[in-house]
Design a protein around this ligand. Structure first.
Ligand SMILES: Nc1ncnc2c1ncn2[C@@H]1O[C@H](COP(=O)(O)OP(=O)(O)OP(=O)(O)O)[C@@H](O)[C@H]1O
Ligand SMILES: [Zn+2]
Length: 704
């Protein structure tokens, strides 16, 4: 990494001599000549590139896939109002060039998971800095940096807490630790007994996707769309093609209409369903909440209001066993609220921090239904909740408040609903600035040691504890050694337990490998005794017959594919340079009460999926008691883009309250600091900096 390039006396805004004086001779030269990749130009990314350029890093590549939103302007100081809608990476690079002209900075619009950013791309940098907001991208960059043997500085920030750490061969990688389980809600809480605003918001997001999204049997409100007690796909099948707006599968099913049940099979006593279509009895569209193509938006809105807030609530009220210890929900004639409210009610201010009334929510709900049905027809059937989509947010705010009203839950402002629905802990610019500064400190240490990370630290940023004698907000730790059981950086094996007869290869590929293990393009090779076979491959370079065979395999059960109890699956991903062995065990009927894609257990040192916190956490800090009878709904299944919720810092925030498991499985984030604090010392700290007992207690209390 030593440079032969002449080093200017001032690097960025920093004197080269002072860099060498503090970090050792040669540091300034390396800072000046090294190439650094920054992934993410959001809250932390903007602070970081500004700091890097000011410190003298002269060759920066910045990647981000997103455009600038008006909501970024309060903390992403490289952007101004006229940048809204433009690329974050390109505009951030332009601002840096104007600010520190000696910096060569390239802004690239792109997804870092794209295969064009392969190992040789990563190898062309001396350091990679992650300023991302999601687990998948972080785990991918972690793997790419290990494969390319480039030190990676990882970071996260949410609210008052943040973290930086450094990953390099031999040290703990991002996949070495187990992340906490995602917060989940019992389906029955969401469906029948909501008690908190978050339950109503989660419900409203399901409702939005039920009405306007792709047909999804996994939607926990699916029965609202049939209202007949029949299977979900039957209900979907009963809609004639001409009325369909959903995805192709929906249309396919529609060609085989099935008989609607007899009127006496109806739970709600409605009997107007006997519509004839080519001699086949079909369910009437009035029984569905989905928008039917060509339907009058006014009629559609009326129908949804009636089905959701009258018919369904009446049905819920009849479940008397639920209302022995709590008040039954109230029917509210949303469609009947007189529409003489002002224009402001119809086009509300979504930054409003005052709670909406039920009347306002009723009008907004109806108006939004009509608006989407009449102005966004082409998207209907494919819409998913996006917190930055104004219509989606208006819908969810109005629907969740109407739901809250029915169940006696406090009503919320759109600002609060956005926080809960978008999984947001409102970002704090100062935390981002602290994290951005810490990353540069670590980068300078890597430069000082010519690429070696031996002096680097993991640092936790925390809110200063109330009443603490020492107002300390930074908690450093030495880097940990790699976890020998990690399936990414070591040769760790995983155990997969499932029902071989009932589990399709599709579940293994989509959920186990791609979602839980974050493998981008998995190849799956089976070894069962003497038998070897490739079960699945994807990506470029496959022959047409191979593609067809693997597609067919996805629909087969593992048993059909000759996977047996004790078989080994070797899972590899060339792009991530990953190869690991998954041992399969059979468990008959495992988790049959859960959705098809959740009927497995994956063991070994593997990260769990991203944790929900943010708005949700502040609403609901306790672990939900889940009734055994109820299916759990992992929150991350419902979230759209996770805003300022980087997993690292989320883990910090949540883990402060988590009990340490006997094996220390959940080693991570703040809890780890607190564990060390328990022994009187934080790793990497001199004895004189002992954390006092009461300081720790108040910090824990604060984190609670
Ligand atoms: N796979 C990816 N490739 C490239 N950039 C990514 C990828 N995933 C996330 N990012 C970028 O990382 C940045 C993270 O920044 P930050 O956490 O501040 O989020 P944000 O989107 O700017 O804020 P908010 O979600 O609150 O609007 C975002 O700009 C996002 O576009
Ligand atoms: Zn690891």
């Amino acid at each position: 990494m030593v440079s032969a390039v002449e080093v200017p006396s001032t690097l960025g805004f920093t004197s080269a001599a002072s860099l060498d004086a503090v970090y050792g001779d040669g540091t300034a030269a390396r800072v000046h000549s090294s190439r650094i990749l920054v992934v993410g130009a959001g809250g932390v990314g903007c602070e970081l590139v500004k700091n890097l350029a000011s410190t003298g890093f002269s060759h920066i590549t910045l990647i981000d896939l997103d455009t600038i939103d008006v909501s970024n302007l309060n903390r992403q100081f490289l952007f101004r109002k006229h940048h809204v809608g433009k690329s974050k990476a390109v505009e951030a690079a332009a601002t840096i060039t104007a600010m520190v002209p000696s910096t060569e900075i390239e802004g690239i619009v792109g997804n870092i998971k794209d295969t064009k950013f392969g190992i040789s791309f990563f190898k062309s940098f001396n350091i990679v800095c992650c300023a991302l907001d999601n687990l998948e991208a972080r785990r991918h960059v972690n793997r790419m940096c290990l494969a390319a043997d480039v030190p990676m500085i990882e970071s996260g920030s949410t609210g008052y807490v943040g973290q930086t750490s450094v990953v390099a061969k031999g040290f703990e990688c991002y996949d070495c630790t187990t992340r906490p389980q995602p917060k989940s809600y019992a389906v029955c809480t969401i469906r029948s007994t909501p008690e908190k605003p978050v339950h109503c918001v989660v419900w409203a997001k399901f409702l939005y996707e039920l009405i306007f999204g792709p047909d999804d049997d996994g939607n926990v409100l699916k029965d609202l769309d049939m209202d007949t007690g029949r299977a979900a796909n039957e209900a979907s099948a009963s809609i004639p093609d001409t009325e369909k707006t959903g995805p192709k599968e929906d249309a396919k099913k529609g060609k085989e209409p099935v008989k609607a049940p007899q009127a006496n099979g109806h739970e709600n006593g409605h009997s107007e369903q006997s519509t004839e279509n080519n001699g086949t009895v079909i369910a009437p569209k009035s029984k569905r909440v989905r928008y039917a193509e060509g339907e009058d938006p006014e009629e559609f809105a009326k129908r949804v209001c009636e089905l959701v807030f009258v018919t369904d609530i009446e049905k819920q009220r009849k479940m008397t066993e639920l209302w022995q210890e709590r008040a039954p929900p109230l029917v509210y004639d949303v469609g009947g609220v007189v529409d003489n409210l002002s224009e402001e009610f119809k086009q509300p201010n979504l930054s409003d921090q005052t709670s909406w009334t039920k009347e306002k929510s009723a009008v907004v709900f109806r108006e939004t239904l009509k608006h989407i049905a009449s102005h966004r027809k082409e998207e209907v059937g494919n819409l998913t909740f996006d917190k930055d989509d104004k219509d989606a947010l208006m819908f969810v705010c109005a629907a969740s408040n109407l739901r809250s009203h029915a169940y006696g839950v406090p009503l919320q402002s759109p600002f609060a609903v956005k926080g809960i629905a978008g999984n947001i802990v409102h970002a704090i610019a100062t935390t981002n600035a602290v994290v951005g500064g810490l990353i540069v400190q670590e980068a300078l240490k890597v430069m000082a040691n010519n690429g070696d990370v031996r002096d680097c630290l993991t640092t936790f940023v925390s809110k200063a504890p109330v009443g603490a004698r020492v107002m300390k907000i930074l908690y450093p730790e030495q880097l940990r050694k790699k976890n020998e059981k990690c399936f990414v950086c070591s040769k760790g094996h995983l155990q997969l337990i499932l029902d071989l007869e009932k589990t399709k290869l599709r579940t293994v590929v989509n959920t186990v490998l791609q979602k839980r293990m974050c493998v981008l393009q998995p190849t799956v090779n089976l070894t069962a005794g003497e038998y070897h076979n490739t079960l699945y491959e994807c990506g470029v370079g496959l022959e047409a017959d191979e593609i067809e065979e693997y597609e067919q395999n996805l629909e087969k059960s593992l048993q059909e594919l000759r996977v047996t109890d004790g078989s080994e699956l070797v899972v590899s991903d060339l792009a991530q340079n990953l190869s690991c062995t998954v041992h399969v065990s059979h468990a008959s009927g495992l988790y049959e009460d859960k959705a098809e894609w959740e009927r497995f257990r994956l063991e070994g040192k593997i990260q769990e999926a991203e944790v929900d916190t943010n708005g949700v956490r502040s609403e609901d800090d306790s672990t939900e008691d889940v009734d055994d009878e109820c299916l759990e709904v992992p929150v991350q299944e419902m979230e759209g883009s996770c805003a300022a919720a980087p997993n690292t810092s989320v883990a910090i925030a949540d883990e402060a309250n988590v009990t340490v498991t006997a094996e220390g499985e959940d080693r991570g984030g703040k809890k780890r600091s607190l564990d060390h604090a328990e022994n009187g010392r934080l790793d990497g700290e001199p004895e004189s900096k002992k954390m006092r007992g009461e300081e720790r207690e108040s910090m824990e209390a604060e984190n609670r």
